[in-house]
Design a protein around this ligand. Structure first.
Ligand code: SAH
Length: 230
């Protein structure tokens, strides 16, 4: 069974967008994963298919209505659907490579994309939505955040990446940032490729890469060295 993604959004035409190209696009065409984007507005109210209203208690902006979003979720996702239901949200659990790995190992995801000020709290509770953040900044909508979650998951699905190893040696997989890469030409603008990489001595190459990995992590992300995985 392939990884299946259902997106609930006010802008279904944004999908597959960039996910229809390159690695994820090829995998989509080959049926390694599937994507369905549903329009929340199909469940909007009245002649104008209204989906939002003013916040209770006052304040700026609009809030996605719980009745509209609840109906959209219920229509798209059967009660016994085993997939986790995510809500893209700046106050959610931070997206990490460990979390991505867990999602990619499962049957797929349902992703709700917020807009405006966000969504009515009651639908988050009632439908058991897991709030997920892609970082400490605020986007105007959850669609691009959802694409990031899917891009990160899809590249880990079996048969998507050329070499199995390229998924496990990368940044974050062992709480280290990746070592530097080089390719031809051997010298460029007076800058040579480090000798050790051309030595053919695989033990030395591995040691150099491990040391570079640790140096770069210490310099740029010392927090990764302190915390455990995730
Ligand atoms: N008022 C909200 C921000 C709303 S932004 C707050 O202060 O928390 C509108 C929508 O964009 C959100 O509902 C969410 O779906 C999406 N979004 C914005 N920033 C995000 C982030 N860092 N990660 C994931 N989704 C985000």
């Amino acid at each position: 069974m392939s990884f299946s993604a259902t997106i609930l959004t006010l802008y279904p035409d944004m999908f597959p967008g960039p996910l229809g190209m390159s690695l994820s696009g090829d995998a989509l065409a080959r049926g390694v994963w599937s994507l369905e984007a549903r329009n929340i507005r199909d469940h909007g109210l009245g002649r104008h298919r209204t989906v939002d209203d003013t916040p209770a208690g006052g304040g700026p902006g609009m809030v996605l209505r719980c009745d509209v979003l609840g109906a959209a979720i219920d229509d798209a996702v059967p009660a016994d659907d085993p997939r986790p239901k995510l809500l893209m949200s700046p106050r959610g659990k931070p997206l990490t490579q460990a979390y991505v790995r867990d999602l990619a190992a499962g049957p797929g995801v349902v992703i709700v994309c917020g807009r405006f000020e966000g969504v009515d709290e009651r639908v988050i509770e009632a439908r058991g939505l897991q709030e997920v953040s892609i970082g400490d900044y605020v986007l105007s909508g959850g669609e691009m955040a959802a694409m990031i979650v899917l891009d990160a998951c899809v590249r880990l699905l079996p048969g998507v990446m050329g070499k199995e190893a390229s998924g496990t040696e990368e940044s974050f997989e062992s709480n280290r940032l990746e070592y530097p890469h080089y390719t031809r030409p051997r010298e460029w603008e007076g800058r040579p490729i480090p000798d050790v990489l051309l030595s053919g001595n695989h033990a030395m190459i591995e040691r150099w890469r491990r040391e570079e990995s640790e140096r770069i992590t210490r310099e740029r992300r010392p927090d990764l060295l302190k915390t455990g995985r995730d």
